[in-house]
Design a protein around this ligand. Sequence first.
Ligand code: GLU
Length: 291
Amino acid sequence: MTTRFAPSPTGRLHIGHAWSALFGSVLARTRHDDFLLRIEDIDIGRCRPEYITGIFEDLEWMGMEWPVPARRQSEHFVDYHNALRTLNARGLLYPCFCTRKEIADEAERSITAPHGPEGALYAGSCRGLSKAEQERRIAAGEPYAMRLNVKKAMEMSPVLTWVDIYRGSQKATPEILGDVILSRKGVSASYHLCVVVDDHIQGVTLVTRGDDLFYASHLHRLLQHLLRFNPPDWAHHPLLLDTEGKRFAKRNDSVTLQHLRNEGKTPHDIIQMIREGLPSNGPWQRLLMHF
Ligand code: GLU
């Protein structure tokens, strides 16, 4: 069995990340699973090498261990492009030429536009374009993204379920995210696609991550089915909140592990701070006793 922590190196790790990393590592320890670290640096424009070094430095300081080298997404585009090709060959992707502005305007125009956890859902303007029209616009050099036709994908799939070990069995409802982008100019493979491919390739059997990505698991379950991957289980943890009840942000420098360390805090202090930020009920407090 294998769990993982998969940060994106777009800033220094903060105390919320420390909780997420500890969660994956402690769950692995208590279940005698392996724990992996993966660097999600697919968005080359936003990720920086010094933040990758920072991740290693901070997690080592916390006393964590993982097999080295940690997988880095930017070294595995071939795997993601193969998965895209598989989905495309099954007729499940379509090019979308809409700009962000056009999508926002469209959502604005129809006040009843359905909303998902990430905002207004894509209305599907490019879903019905003819093959000839798609080819003409691509040949003319118009930038485009590749979207998943979720309705078609669901029609081709049985009713899918997935298991969160704390919340039980869930019926997959990937339509809450609409026709997500799986590839676009600049970022040729999206988070949703890469995470599913990597967890499969790395043999992750328990996906450990924050509640903010709970909704994404519905889509990931569908992608796993379409790509014929065995589904893992999931364990989503509550997000750590500050004293005002807000989540920690990468741009808030004062809660980075680097800053706290420089202030003289010890890993033990960090665990105490995490304990204080977590809900007092639930299995969370007990988990931290194992660290
Ligand atoms: N890379 C994602 C992030 O930093 C987490 C991905 C995951 O755990 O599935 O938010």
